[in-house]
Design a protein around this ligand. Structure first.
Ligand code: OGA
Ligand code: MN
Length: 286
């Protein structure tokens, strides 16, 4: 791809691109930011290698794309209120983000972007998978698309973070921090969003509901709904929609939660993995 200020290589897989020629630790000119933004809308996830980013520099880069948001369930690092550490210690068994999802889709206004920076990663393992929810949606039959578009979902953090959620019980036993983060009431909350989301900037439609964040289709039982969620997850995680990213220290991924799913692989038992994460505020899903 030819851009005036950056190089964009989309040979990495079905979705996403590697961007080079830019030092994200420095303040960036408006033209450079615009090129990154348009490449991001086109490719859904951008990867940058060999960056040397302090939490402050990572937050500054993220702020070029919108107002920064705060994750409701974890405490930030000392240097920046907008950077949370994602750490899996060598003796931990559960990881953060280890299922197919889009970030915090159970919020009324979920973050549009997540910027994840690798501080320390295992030699082998700990890759992240990214799936193109726009291409996956487009590949469904017209009748299935029309049905899905007519249904609303009930989204909630409770399946993961609630009293009986997966994350809470494991977090209590392991070094994952307080799963509540002072948000016990929010952890049980529910919000209604469509199953299929229309991207505010591109107008493209994408699969948005997910097994960990959507309790049920409005008016359906959980069991009935799970049949649809399982089908959609299986569909959107076919090889033809998925790019696998191998991290190195200094890698940064910036993904669009409005049109893609991701899944952190948990295949590095006995090794430590340490990331820094920033999110950018988004719109109410339509
Ligand atoms: C996240 C997440 C994936 C990873 O930060 O939202 O899902 O690979 N992390 O750590
Ligand atoms: Mn995630």
């Amino acid at each position: 791809m030819s851009h005036a200020h950056i190089s964009v290589d989309n040979q990495i897989g079905p979705v996403g691109a590697v961007v080079s020629g830019v030092d994200l630790s420095q303040p960036l000119a408006r033209e450079v930011i615009q090129e990154i933004h348009s490449a991001w809308l086109q490719h859904h996830v951008l990867f940058f290698r060999d960056q040397d980013l302090s939490p402050t520099a990572q937050a500054r880069f993220a702020s070029y794309f919108g107002e920064l948001d705060q994750y409701p369930f974890m405490q930030p690092v000392d240097e920046s209120a907008f950077v949370i550490p994602i750490i899996k210690e060598a003796d931990a068994t559960m990881n953060f983000g280890g299922d197919w999802h889009t970030d915090t889709s159970y919020k009324a206004y979920p973050p549009k972007a997540t910027l994840l920076y690798a501080v320390e990663v295992p030699q082998e393992g700990g890759d992240t998978l990214f799936a193109d929810a726009t291409a996956a949606y487009a590949a469904l039959s017209p009748a299935m698309r029309a049905a899905l578009e007519s249904w609303q979902g009930i989204y909630s953090p409770k399946l993961v973070h609630g009293q009986s959620g997966d994350y809470k019980s494991v977090a209590a036993k392991q070094n994952l921090g307080d799963a509540y983060g002072g948000n016990a009431e929010f952890a049980e909350s529910e919000v209604e969003h469509p199953l299929i989301r229309t991207h505010e900037e591109t107008g493209n439609k994408s699969i948005y509901c997910s097994k960990p964040h959507t309790i049920n289709i409005k008016g359906w039982t959980r069991d009935e709904s799970l049949a649809i969620f399982r089908f959609l997850t299986k569909h959107l995680t076919k090889d033809e929609f998925v790019t696998r990213f191998k991290w190195q220290p200094g890698s940064l991924a910036m993904w669009d939660n409005r049109c893609m799913f991701h899944n952190a692989l948990n295949d590095y038992q006995g090794h430590r993995r340490h990331m820094h994460r920033v999110i950018v505020k988004g719109e109410r899903p339509q």
